[in-house]
Design a protein around this ligand. Structure first.
Ligand code: SF4
Length: 237
């Protein structure tokens, strides 16, 4: 049901963008249930793209009015060409990325004042999703306990970075585990790595609990072999 509701909500947002872009978006895009392809890969898009969209949003104060500037940035960084997303999907993805950055900025000051912090990592970014991953899953938490079996595993590397910075680190199978862990650990703030949709769901939870959060969106989405930017995570911790 949540997915359908989100789909409807996105539907209205697509209409909104369509109006701003003078009807460039096709009817087929308007009827799409998902906001954009579940699988996308932004790992080959220049990192300057992400910096520039945030700065552009800041300059204009209201990123939802980026309009032509957003379309120009997508074209300049060849986002559609590289990712295969159509214009409507690329614009919504961009809008979500800016939303995430803006929320991080607005929470940053409060976040930096907190002591007891927790880091949530997505299990789908593990190098292996089968028994080659030596992490032990504890159903009671619920979380994977990384055994550091592969030096080039993104989750293994991020776990190490988080622990060295004093974070409790949980490798979770989904956003539904977060509430339970937050309550049990009495954390004052959190950092989460997840896909845009999970981040938006978690945001509702954070708004309820009042905890200042920082989030890092996946730049390669899907069910397995997902990716996030380790440097972005290090900067945010
Ligand atoms: S480093 Fe950790 S998360 Fe990655 S495959 Fe090994 S045990 Fe699993």
């Amino acid at each position: 049901m949540a997915q359908i509701l989100r789909g409807k909500w996105k539907h209205y947002r697509i209409v909104d963008w369509s109006e701003r872009l003078g009807g460039l978006i096709t009817r087929s895009a308007l009827t799409r249930a998902m906001p954009y392809q579940f699988k996308f890969d932004l790992t080959r898009v220049s990192r300057f793209f992400f910096r520039e969209i945030t700065e552009a949003a800041h300059r204009r104060s209201l990123h939802r009015k980026l309009g032509d500037a957003a379309a120009h940035l997508l074209q300049r960084f060849r986002v559609q060409e590289i990712t295969g997303l159509d214009l409507a999907q690329a614009l919504m993805l961009l809008e979500d990325l800016v939303d995430i950055q803006m929320k991080n900025l607005s929470n940053r000051e409060r976040f930096l004042k907190t002591g007891r912090r927790v880091l949530f990592l997505p299990h789908c970014s593990r190098k292996h999703m089968d028994n080659r991953c030596k992490a032990v899953f504890d159903r009671d938490i619920p979380s994977y306990d990384c055994a550091r079996c592969s030096p080039d595993c993104l989750v293994g590397q991020a776990t190490l970075v988080g622990e060295n910075k004093g974070y409790d680190v949980y490798v979770v199978p989904g956003g539904s585990c977060i509430h339970q862990i937050l309550q049990r650990g009495r954390y004052e703030s959190l950092v989460g790595v997840a896909c845009g949709d999970e981040i938006k769901l978690a945001q509702g939870l954070l708004d309820k609990t009042g905890l200042p959060g920082q989030t890092v969106p996946l730049i390669k989405n899907g069910c397995a072999n997902t990716k996030f930017n380790l440097r972005a995570l290090k900067n945010i911790l």
